[in-house]
Ligand binder design. Structure first.
Ligand code: DQA
Length: 153
């Protein structure tokens, strides 16, 4: 069975009350529930982790490389600052899809730059909780394609 990590970065534990005009009214638990429901249609198992700490996110990614097939990752504020998270994503050999609730390109200029996008399989931004669902769809498709390619070899 395919296992995916849904990883949430700093301040996403505050969803529901954090700037709802930007991030929406859903709590993190609501989002996790919706992603789990979507994953069950694919017969994919999900586990979710949220941390406000860069090192804990690095540990979660390194551990995912040993027990998961891919990661849906909202790095939140660390998107724009973290060389260390970029190095981790580059070091692990499972695909990571970068997701953002808001459209980072419609916001402050510092949010336009991601240190992580270049080492991720792809990036989805601007669709609220649906960014996670679209990230799931993309990751499942990518893993199926990889399986089909390795079966051919
Ligand atoms: C975010 C966008 C980031 O710029 C911001 O720092 C966040 C959330 C998003 O989901 O839209 O914390 O990743």
């Amino acid at each position: 069975m395919t296992t995916l990590l849904v990883l949430h970065g700093p301040n996403l534990n505050l969803l529901g009350t954090r700037e709802p005009e930007i991030y929406g009214a859903l709590t993190l638990a609501d989002i996790n529930q919706k992603v789990e429901k979507a994953a069950s249609a694919y017969d994919v198992e999900i586990y979710s982790i949220q941390s406000n700490h860069e090192g804990a996110l690095i540990d979660a990614l390194q551990e995912a490389a040993t027990k998961a097939d891919g990661v849906i990752f909202n790095p939140a504020g660390y998107t724009h600052t973290s060389v260390a998270l970029r190095d981790t994503i580059a070091a692990i050999d499972i695909p990571v899809v970068e997701v953002h609730l808001s459209n980072v390109y419609a916001r402050e200029e510092f949010r336009h730059m991601s240190l992580l996008s270049a080492v991720c399989a792809g990036k989805i931004s601007g669709f609220g909780w649906m960014s996670y669902k679209l990230g799931l769809d993309a990751l499942v498709e990518l893993l199926n394609r990889q399986d089909a390619e390795s079966a051919k070899k």
